[in-house]
Design a protein. Structure first.
Length: 243
């Protein structure tokens, strides 16, 4: 998924695709992004007289478009920057509700295969009763929500996009003292990124895309958010469910 066509956000694809081919990739590669992504996929195949071992397909997306994947959906949203730019929301499918063991015991259902049938959504017959999954299983539990903004100028729209996210990854190019420069270039300050996260009820925040003039200590000192991480290459983390 590509946010926009500034060089630092997509030019690495050319080397990445060649490396994938060198290492034997055969599966189709699908690339999603703003208008121009379909054309980009053709350039990836032709640049440097390079032929990939796998098919590359580009998909132009607009605000409101979605990509349905196994177990989750990715939604595209137009956001504000100096060129056409998309932000993305990855939303996991809802999970089954919790199995109410006390209720199952109250109904006299023995442990074992009947529990499994109910948990897999099948109605069972027991002691002359038809027992439906919803009789012993609670309401579906929401999946996790992950929001990604590449380059972005803060607008009220971002609050709606990021609302309730379990994780927000967003840029914070400048410290707050350079807010005028941020406005001029269509970027966010550290304080603005944290404000979006607070007002949107985000649970965890990763800040990225810093100006090289700032070190990690400076970024952390300005990041007014209870659960904030300074993004860096190779970072991985486990994202817990809210319930």
């Amino acid at each position: 998924f590509i946010t926009h066509f500034h060089g630092d956000h997509y030019l690495g694809l050319f080397g990445l695709v060649q490396s994938m081919s060198f290492f034997g990739r055969e599966d189709q590669l699908e690339i999603f992004g703003p208008a121009g992504t379909e054309d980009l996929s053709g350039n990836l195949r032709s640049i440097g007289n390079f032929r990939s071992n796998f098919e590359i397909t580009g998909h132009d997306m607009g605000s409101g478009d979605r990509v349905d994947c196994e177990g989750f959906t990715v939604h595209a949203h137009e956001v504000s920057h100096v060129v056409p730019t998309l932000g993305y929301v990855l939303k996991e499918d809802d999970r089954p509700g919790r199995f109410d063991l006390a209720k199952a015991m109250e109904l006299g259902i023995p442990e074992g295969t009947l529990y499994k049938d109910l948990q897999q959504g099948r109605t069972i017959s027991w002691n002359g009763m038809n027992i439906r999954p919803e009789d012993v299983i609670g309401a579906p539990r929401p999946g996790r929500k992950f929001v990604y903004f590449g380059d972005v100028y803060p607008t009220p729209q971002l609050l709606d996009i990021a609302r309730g996210a379990d994780l927000l990854v967003t840029e914070a190019t400048f410290c707050d003292e350079m807010v005028d420069r941020a406005v001029e270039t269509g970027h966010s300050t550290i304080g603005q990124a944290c404000e979006i996260a607070r007002n949107a009820g985000v649970k965890r925040l990763i800040l990225t895309h810093f100006s090289p003039r700032y070190d990690k200590d400076r970024i952390i000192s300005e990041a007014d958010f209870p659960s904030v991480i300074v993004g860096e290459d190779g970072l991985s983390l486990e994202l817990p469910y809210s319930e």
